[in-house]
Design a protein around this ligand. Structure first.
Ligand SMILES: C=C(O[C@@H]1C=C(C(=O)O)C=C[C@H]1O)C(=O)O
Length: 360
């Protein structure tokens, strides 16, 4: 045995010893999580799942992280530990905008971990319906992209739905050009309309003059490309794997920080964590300065508004509702006071939920 071989054996011995300890600790952790679940059951709690506690566990893990593993890897490991612990008692059923292989599925697994039952659905309103009927515990839907803006259909669903927002997921979205052959044989490139828009400049530069066709999802695009060598798809890693496609060009999104934000919807009130957001649906009274009047209490009390979108109210023409995200939780005293004023000023007011800010 050479000196290097001896060294390798020694290092592997150390890893084996550590793995044994990690595994013993994991089992101990899982048993304690089971006790927590039994205590919640005795307490009559509807869910064992606690988004605010999970956010706290992840944030602590990231605060402790001194490398060499990147934050993203540390968060993923802890996410899976919690997911497996929770599934011991009652695996969650998660509905999402499918089919399998979409970025929404990636977001759902990033948030809940792999130890869940997944229910891919064909449309955003089906996700709302399945959660409302209790057929799924929670749902995951896209709400906005950093390059292409808002997903209107998701916002419109909240007008009539009784579901609350229980969490948010931020996912870095990397698009690849996929196909079965070379790009020279391509007649058309297909993808979800948002993805085509997120790669517009790349397509102009590299595939000018080739038809761009929008389809229902990135996964559907991958399926079409797998069936026809003249069709290229723009989709992510999971769709490439699922349909056995070759990656012809990687990370073709125009902006390297391209991120999509997803919402977790369900029938659960979360507790404050100290780093929360609250989403509101409002409309002003029909008079001059209505929006200014509506938002003035936020500014006066130093509450940060992170987003505002306006959408037709769907009740009468030229009447609009505003979707507003603020920092803080409805149970924070300052926020509660300001929301009371805001509610008094609004013609229509609905709190869509307070939830922990996305972690990692
Ligand atoms: C163990 C608990 O229940 C679940 C499992 C968690 C975990 O494994 O850390 C965290 C929150 C809950 O989703 C808890 O509430 O502490």
């Amino acid at each position: 045995m050479t000196k290097e071989e001896r060294r390798l054996r020694e290092l592997r011995g150390k890893i084996d010893a550590l793995d044994e300890k990690i595994q013993a600790l994991l089992s101990r952790r899982a048993r304690i999580a089971q006790e927590v679940a039994h205590s919640k059951a005795r307490n009559g709690d509807k869910y064992f799942y606690r988004p605010e506690r999970e956010a706290e566990v992840l944030r602590r893990a990231l605060e402790r992280n001194r490398g060499p593993l990147p934050d993203e890897s540390v968060a993923r490991v802890f996410r899976e530990i919690m997911s497996a612990c929770l599934a011991l008692e009652s695996p969650l059923k998660i509905a999402f905008l499918g089919p399998a292989g979409t970025f929404t599925q990636e977001a759902a697994l990033k948030h809940f971990g792999q130890a869940v039952e997944t229910l891919p659905l064909g449309a955003i309103d089906e996700v709302f319906r399945e959660v409302e009927s209790g057929n799924a515990h929670f749902g995951v839907v896209p709400v906005e992209n950093s390059t292409e803006g808002v997903v209107n259909h998701t916002l419109d669903m909240f007008l009539a739905s009784s579901l609350k927002i229980c969490g948010e997921v931020a996912l870095r979205v990397h698009h690849h050009l996929l196909g079965t052959g070379a790009t020279s044989a391509a007649r058309r490139v297909v993808s979800h309309q948002q993805s085509l828009a997120q790669c517009r400049e790349w397509l102009d530069a590299h595939l000018p003059g080739i038809d761009r066709v929008s389809v229902a999802s990135n996964a559907e695009a991958a399926r079409l490309a797998a069936a026809d060598s003249g069709t290229l798809a723009i989709a992510g890693d999971s769709a490439a794997g699922l349909y056995g496609l070759t990656i012809l060009a990687t990370n073709i999104e125009d902006r390297p920080d391209n991120t999509t934000r997803f919402l977790v919807i369900g029938d659960l009130d979360t507790q404050p964590t100290g780093a929360d957001k609250t989403s509101l649906l409002l409309s002003g009274k029909n008079r001059p300065g209505a929006l200014h009047r509506l938002l003035a209490p936020l500014a006066r009390h130093g509450i940060n508004m992170t987003r505002i979108e306006s959408r037709p109210s769907r009740r009468s023409i030229w009447e609009y509702v505003f979707f507003i995200d603020i920092e803080g939780h409805v149970r924070d005293r300052k926020v509660a006071g300001v929301l009371k004023r805001l509610e008094g000023e609004a013609a229509f007011y609905k709190c869509l939920g307070s939830y922990p800010k996305a972690v990692a």
